[in-house]
Design a protein around this ligand. Structure first.
Ligand code: SAM
Length: 222
């Protein structure tokens, strides 16, 4: 049985996720480059839905860190992340992002492939909570599965994604299983809706970071 909301058990997540997302490694490189550009000094960083800790893996060694909090609602995922990192300034929290209660504590909050699991109203609440948790000029960076603008766009984009997964060695059955999660296990919204929601949540700067087919990255500054 899977021990988190992603399609994969924490023990096989790192291998399976690379067969699923084209450019997966690039997400983290993009975030590191952005944080480096925006924040010069040591940063306080919260990674929500951290999974096995890929974001931390890219951040440690590349960015001066005062504090890095790995947060995930899955004990299995946090367990994996913990095995990876022995840094004194790394903290681990098994908690749900919907219960986020920090105030003015972080320079950076990342949510890599996490918020698409939230329902529409939960998204609104969580974005406001992230805004509250950031310091002034702090940034939220989110990568997500996004909704194409039209039904035809959705058909084409999902077909491209189907083809990618099969080329990576997944069986047809497994690939179809993943594609069928759209709108059932995760709830993508369009790029336009993302940008509007971020603005409505109080962020003074809202930008796109990256986009390809059915994944996109956004960043927003308090
Ligand atoms: C697709 S994985 C992404 C993991 C990691 N960020 C990465 O990019 O490899 C989604 C992660 O979000 C976590 N998650 C989903 N809903 C959550 C919630 N409401 N609060 C905290 N974590 C959540 C899951 O347990 C899972 O580890």
């Amino acid at each position: 049985m899977v021990d988190n909301t992603s399609a994969f058990h924490s023990s096989e997540y790192d291998r399976k996720i690379r067969q699923t997302f084209p450019y997966y490694e690039d997400f983290f490189a993009q975030v590191v480059e952005l944080v480096r550009t925006v924040h010069a000094g040591p940063v306080c960083w919260l990674d929500v839905g951290c999974g096995t800790g890929m974001m931390g893996s890219a951040a440690f060694g590349n960015i001066p860190l005062e504090r890095f909090v790995f947060m995930d609602s899955s004990e299995g995922m946090i367990g994996r992340a913990k095995e990876r990192f022995r840094f004194p300034n790394a903290e681990f929290s098994v908690s749900d992002v919907r219960d986020l209660q920090y105030e003015n504590e972080f320079d950076v909050i990342t949510a890599i492939q996490v918020f698409h699991f939230l329902q529409a109203e939960e998204r609104r609440t969580v974005l406001r909570q992230c805004h509250a948790a950031l310091k002034e000029n702090g940034i939220l960076v989110s990568f997500e599965n996004i909704a194409p603008f039209t039904e035809t766009g959705k058909t084409v984009c999902l077909e491209k994604w189907r083809r990618f997964q099969m080329e990576q060695g997944k069986s047809r059955e497994e690939t179809e299983g993943h594609i069928s999660r759209y709108g059932k296990d995760y709830f993508p919204i369009t790029i336009e809706e993302h940008l509007r929601l971020l603005r409505e949540s109080g962020f003074r700067v809202v930008e796109m970071l990256w986009f390809s087919n059915t994944q996109a990255g956004f960043w927003a500054m308090k």
